[in-house]
Design a protein around this ligand. Structure first.
Ligand code: HEM
Length: 377
């Protein structure tokens, strides 16, 4: 009978496998969705935590979307109601305070995992040929993540949020007509807060989603980079620079196992966000008093705040442009084929100096009092 069906349809039906209901269900899904195709070879080191940081960040984004969608049901993006709608959500909605705090802590953790992922890619020189474009996409991703954090901070519409938006407008005004769309005057019919909400919930997530698809497509296309000193696994770069010259190493793991690790670490990240959410719920400051400057920005912007202290409001713009630009240049300056840190001393040294500067600026701002920036302009 099986042979008759196969002859008629050209498809050899797989025999029904015996086992637990879970196994049977899995086999049923596999037959229809081709899940076995996920079992393609990947290098064993892809499963180490350092090479899973991008995947952990991805899992964090999923948590942010899920918690964000729930919060959006209650949030009112208008200056008259925004803060109160959050207060209502946290006190009246089912698990409101917990969901908001998980969103807040996951955003913090994702900024950390994305930065660690970038550092891993830097130290293993994984941005080298043929992965330069994926590094550039990564720079775009981390910029989007920072922009999401900033716009999210504004949405809560308390004193900190108000001051953050005032800085946003002050920077935009220094740019003249180029920055006019980021000011309240651009569209008087819709408050700037409402427009930033649209940016936070649709424009930035759509751009980030698009970049992520490209990023993951290129990871699949090139395969995970070899460990420094190892050869490329993929044939397309063999013998064309990038340090790849010979036979592929024997694959020792599969992507479905890598996916499982990614999910496991992703769950750990979520658990960490949940514990932090219970221990330290996200704060909601007092209703804003216009004209006052009594808060500092979120910690990830402190290095920029230091420049603002020294050079004024314009430094916010130039700092936010210069750093991604410098990052984007990395693959075009570090052009030797070697991926070994010992053969890239200049670059490793420059990165160490940059990291030390960033940490020092952050500590400096943590220890310094709040400064008047906008009134002082
Ligand atoms: C912000 C969100 C980001 C997500 C969700 C993400 C996701 C991923 C994933 C899942 C991988 C596969 C390997 C791994 O997990 O380590 C990967 C690889 C890669 N990422 Fe990202 N990434 C992000 C940001 C960045 C940034 C900021 C950079 C650098 C500026 C970057 C550059 C790269 C490169 C070059 C690879 C290939 C590395 C290799 O083959 O070893 N990514 N990314």
């Amino acid at each position: 009978m099986r042979h008759e069906i196969a002859a008629r349809t050209g498809v050899e039906r797989l025999p029904a496998r015996q086992g637990s209901p879970a196994k049977e269900f899995w086999d049923w899904l596999d037959e229809r969705l081709g899940l076995q195709a996920l079992a393609y070879p990947v290098p064993a080191h892809a499963n180490s935590i350092l090479y899973t940081l991008g995947g952990i960040t991805l899992a964090g984004f999923a948590v942010l979307v899920a918690t964000g969608v729930y919060m959006a049901q209650f949030y009112h993006p208008h200056p008259a109601d925004a803060r109160e709608s959050i207060a209502y959500f946290t006190t009246q909605a089912q698990f409101g305070s917990f969901v908001r705090s998980v969103h807040f802590w996951t955003a913090n953790l994702v900024v950390i995992t994305a930065s660690l992922h970038m550092l891993r890619v830097f130290f293993t020189a994984s941005y080298k040929r043929p992965r330069e474009v994926n590094w550039l996409i990564g720079v775009g991703l981390v910029t989007m993540a920072m922009a999401l954090f900033f716009t999210g901070t504004v949405l809560k519409w308390d004193q900190e949020a108000y001051e953050a938006l005032a800085h946003n407008e002050a920077v935009a005004k220094t740019l003249g007509s180029l920055g006019s769309f980021a000011t309240g005057e651009f569209a008087r019919s819709v408050p700037l807060l409402t427009r930033l909400y649209v940016v936070h919930v649709s424009i930035l997530p759509a751009l980030l989603g698009l970049l992520l698809l490209l990023h993951l497509f290129l990871v699949k296309h090139h395969g995970i980079s070899p460990l420094p000193g190892q050869r490329e696994m993929k044939a397309q770069v063999v013998g064309r620079g990038g340090g790849s010259t010979g036979a592929a190493p024997v694959p020792t793991s599969t992507f479905n196992l890598h996916l499982r690790k990614m999910l496991g670490y992703g769950l750990l990240l979520t658990a960490m966000a949940a514990i932090l959410a219970l221990a330290l719920p996200a704060a909601l400051g007092p209703t804003a008093t216009p004209g006052m400057e009594v808060t500092k920005p979120p910690w990830l912007f402190w290095w920029l705040y230091a420049f603002e202290n020294w050079f004024g409001i314009k430094a916010l713009f130039w700092g936010a442009v210069a750093v991604p630009l410098l990052l984007a240049l990395v693959p075009f300056f570090d052009r030797s084929p070697s991926r070994k840190p010992t053969e890239r001393r200049w670059f490793i040294g420059a990165a160490a100096v940059a990291i030390a500067a960033l940490v020092s600026l952050t500590i400096y701002v943590a220890l310094s009092p709040v400064a008047q920036h906008i009134g002082g302009e």
